[in-house]
Design a protein. Structure first.
Length: 498
């Protein structure tokens, strides 16, 4: 269930659990919230306002509601849980438990890992009995959330897009028949509107992005979106649809930025400068992120191998020419401090560098400002400024990066920073900021290439011959060739015009 605030999503979760516990004797349901204060003000308060206290027994220390059944039948229970200290690792308290129904309230505050772990607990518990028709329950899970929070990207992919989130890995498959969502707004909750008629007006007065989230339940807008200036028209180049939009300049430097972690996503991005046609038809020299590499649970040596294999030379003539064009590989300063395993005497950066050098790529260096405590804020702002000026674009083939940028939100504690999350989007941001903070200066077109280009523009073969002869005879030395215009021709041609 996804939608706006006050739409009754949390109450629907409770009703779902109650339907199970009253249907199956001995049934155990789990309802979760991120922390206890939210749990108490939400689901527990809903329970107390929905059922008379004599219809269940409440254990205030363990937060369990027990529902007596008919004589001789086992009582059913609803466990009201939360993450102790706000840490998802505390969910391990349910490691040996079994719950045929698990409901997660405000699921956007949870990670995909939490969902996966809880799904392993979603099985029929010992003591659960058949219903009146003699059937056992079918284990299932449900969630309720506003379309926001650090977990919203993976939720949107699974329930709205019906595709596996990147966190799931290649082996995770989505069966569309097993996932569905219900959208709701406060207008679907007449009970709340009657009890608090002024609440609707409060939602209408919120800032636009928050109003669209909490009132309309807009599933496509990121509340507090950092890169609100990012658009596909300006910042994404589809070479299949428009191959002439980018004029590649093979002499320009190439640099790679990366963010590596074994337990997180390892991301690398390739950058260069090229002449890019803007939507208004003009061309300008622009930084182009033309390749991405995003994998998970990959060792540093294997990651270096994949980086080298990705240098296919598509825009540089050959793999060898592209590797030769790579002037730098930028990484976080942390890789120069973290020790590698099984060689604790060597840093991760050293292991990476050794693997890259064997494959004819540069040894990594610290990204600009990566040791600064303000690096995330500075990197976030630089990306924003480059997007605003149209000085940074992405090839459409960098599809995960293109999808990640609109999902990045401002930090709840520092609006100048990107919200830190345990998601692929945050790892992509870390790699991008290294590349943008370390942008390489453009190079002038090599003299030989410039002479060749100007010669090709001369249609008259005699003029072209004299132009090239003048350059080869020394007139082109020390940049004097710049004064030679395409009007150069044989002397008799100029005499005939006087």
């Amino acid at each position: 269930m996804v939608g706006g605030a006050g739409s009754g999503k949390s109450l629907a979760l409770l009703w779902e659990a109650l339907d199970f516990v009253y249907s199956f004797p001995g049934f155990q349901a789990l309802l979760l919230r991120r922390n206890y204060p939210e749990l108490e003000k939400g689901l527990i308060a809903d329970l107390r306002s929905t059922l008379p206290p004599h219809t269940y027994h409440w254990d205030d220390s363990d937060h369990i509601a027990t529902f007596p059944m008919a004589a001789g039948r086992a009582p059913s229970k609803i466990f009201f849980g939360y993450c102790k200290d706000g840490k998802e690792r505390s969910l391990s308290q349910y490691l040996s438990s079994a719950f045929p129904f698990i409901g997660i309230d405000e699921m956007g505050q949870f990670s995909f890992w939490a969902w996966q772990f809880l799904s392993s607990r979603n099985r029929i518990n010992v003591g659960c009995e058949p219903n009146a028709q003699g059937r056992m329950p079918a284990p299932c899970m449900a969630g309720a959330t506003n379309p926001m929070g650090p977990g919203w990207p993976w939720i949107k992919r699974m329930w709205l897009d019906l595709s596996a989130p990147p966190e799931a890995g290649d082996s995770f498959l989505i069966n569309p028949d097993e996932y569905f969502h219900v959208h709701s707004t406060i207008l679907d909750n007449q009970r709340l509107l009657d009890r608090d008629p002024g609440y609707l007006d409060k939602l209408k007065k919120l800032p636009e992005d928050l109003r669209k989230k909490l009132l309309d339940g807009d599933v496509n807008l990121v509340s507090g979106q950092y890169y609100s200036n990012f658009t596909r028209e300006r910042h994404v180049v589809d070479l299949d649809a428009d191959p002439g939009r980018v004029e590649w300049q093979p002499w320009q430097p190439v640099w790679i930025s990366l963010d590596w972690g074994l337990a997180h996503f390892a991301c690398a991005h390739w950058f260069t400068r090229a002449l890019v046609r803007r939507p208004d038809g003009t061309r300008s020299e622009t930084v182009v992120c033309y390749r991405e590499l995003i994998v998970r649970e990959t060792g540093i040596k294997d990651f270096a191998r994949l980086m080298a294999e990705m240098c296919d030379g598509r825009f540089h003539g050959s793999p060898a020419q592209e590797k030769e064009a790579v002037t730098a590989v930028f990484v976080s300063h942390e890789l120069f401090a973290r020790r590698s395993d099984p060689s604790p005497d060597q840093t991760v950066a050293f292991e990476l560098g050794r693997a890259l050098k064997r494959r004819h790529l540069p040894f990594p260096q610290r990204a600009a400002g990566s040791a600064s405590t303000q690096e995330r804020r500075t990197g976030a702002a630089m990306i924003y400024e480059d997007l605003e000026a149209g000085e940074l674009v992405f090839l459409a083939s960098c599809h995960r990066t293109v999808s990640a940028l609109p999902m990045l939100a401002r930090s709840e504690t520092d609006i100048e920073d990107v919200q830190k999350t345990e998601t692929m989007e945050d790892d992509i941001f870390d790699s991008l900021k290294h590349g943008v903070l370390s942008i390489r200066r453009g190079r002038s077109k090599p003299l030989a290439d410039e002479i060749r280009s100007r010669a090709e523009a001369i249609e008259d073969p005699v003029k072209k011959w004299f132009f090239l002869r003048a350059h080869n005879s020394g007139i082109g030395e020390n940049d004097k060739w710049k004064n030679i215009g395409t009007e150069l021709g044989p002397m008799w041609a100029s005499r005939s015009q006087t």
